[in-house]
Design a protein around this ligand. Structure first.
Ligand code: DAH
Length: 368
């Protein structure tokens, strides 16, 4: 009959072989980890065997203790060895699987794929042209008061010109005042006069709103306002500035314009400007042909407007204009439907958009 030591020896040997087989049979690092936990983990087989030491007599423990601890160490060493082998195998498999074909074409980077919206592009173009003429940019709020949008701009109370603006009004506040979405960029004329002394040379690009929607009108649209005020600014300068702008913007050497008398409450005299164009092709061509197209409104700033802006009309005079940016963009880049501008359709933007690094400059080209 085997004595206790031999029996222990047998059991240790048996366990040792079992664990060895499990380690050798582990085909992946994951399986190896399972084998490790099964042997050396808190509830593992070797740990369970170590726990039996406590129940042994001191003599038995003297013999069995070092053996079981030896087994634990040798298992740990085997696991480490196996880990190295499996690790290498797994790395080799991954390298084979994740092989990169460096001859494949690269997908375009975000900077190459992204597109600048034509409105942003046209605002940048307009800014480049007027900056070159010494203008700076001014901005104002989209939500305006009746005072800045109408009254200060010389729209009398109850005047039909107010109704013509199809204004979006907010509900009246506690004082009964109704704020509104500005119907034009002209209120920034007053805000600028209030905040800076002449000479004033600014353009005001921005969003404007009117309750209107069809192929060439959207409830939100964009205008660029111009304002020049000094002691001797005159209508001849206005004509030069506007014609230089039109030539630069449409990238043509010459453009004929027609200044027609018109009415705006904030200018006197007021004019609408038509540009020479050719409508015989599918797209309108500016600067050639013998047709006319209305493109902007302008005039000499009304004395009441100067006064409302805190300037003395006996000292200062000036001129102003307003242009629809969206329409300029449609004309220049041949986009037929304004509503598509605001549909956020990526296919449209891919087609009509501009590359982000092609920044419009007068020397490098505006819309290239
Ligand atoms: N505010 C006008 C509009 O929206 C456009 C305009 C016309 C602006 C003449 C001006 C101007 O500054 O002088 O219809």
């Amino acid at each position: 009959m085997p004595d206790q030591d031999e029996l222990d020896q047998d059991e240790i040997l048996k366990l040792s072989r079992e664990v060895e087989a499990a380690i050798a049979g582990a085909a992946s690092l994951e399986e190896l980890e399972k084998a490790r936990v099964a042997a050396l983990g808190k509830k593992g087989s070797v740990s369970a065997m170590l726990a039996t030491l406590g129940r042994m007599s001191p003599e038995q423990r003297k013999v069995a203790g070092p053996r079981i601890n030896g087994l634990k160490k040798s298992i740990a060493a085997m696991i480490e060895e196996r880990q190295a082998v499996l690790g290498e195998q797994e790395l080799a498999r991954r390298l084979a699987r994740e092989k990169v074909d460096v001859t494949l074409p690269l997908p375009p980077a975000p900077l190459a794929r992204g597109r600048i919206h034509p409105i942003s592009q046209v605002i940048d173009e307009i800014t480049a042209i007027f900056s070159d003429m010494g203008f700076s940019i001014a901005e104002g709020p989209d939500i305006e008061t009746d005072h800045y949008n109408f009254t200060a701009l010389n729209f009398p109370e109850g005047h039909p010109a107010r109704e013509m603006h199809d204004t979006f009004f907010f509900n009246p506040d506690e004082k009964g005042e109704r704020r509104l979405l500005r119907t034009h960029t002209s209120p920034v004329q007053i805000r600028t006069m209030e905040s800076q002394r002449p000479p004033i040379r600014i353009i005001i690009p921005g969003r404007t709103y009117r309750c209107d929607s069809d192929q060439t009108h959207t409830p939100m649209f964009h205008q660029v306002e111009g304002l020049v005020i000094d002691k001797s600014s005159h209508i001849g300068q206005m004509r030069w500035v506007l014609e230089e702008f039109l030539k630069a913007f449409f990238e043509v050497d010459d453009v004929s314009t027609r200044f027609r008398p018109h009415f705006f409450p904030f200018t006197e005299p007021s004019m609408e400007v038509d540009v020479q164009c050719d409508r015989s092709a599918s797209e309108v061509r500016i600067g050639q042909g013998n047709d006319w197209m209305e493109i902007l409104g302008c005039g000499m700033v009304h004395p009441n407007v100067l006064r409302n802006g805190g300037l003395d009309p006996d000292v200062y005079q000036g001129f102003a204009w307003g242009i629809g940016i969206d329409r300029l963009a449609m004309l220049k880049y041949g986009m037929p439907d304004l509503r598509a501008f605001f549909d956020a359709d990526r296919r449209w933007l891919d087609h009509y958009g501009f590359r982000p690094l092609d920044i419009p400059t007068l020397f490098g080209g505006l819309g290239s």
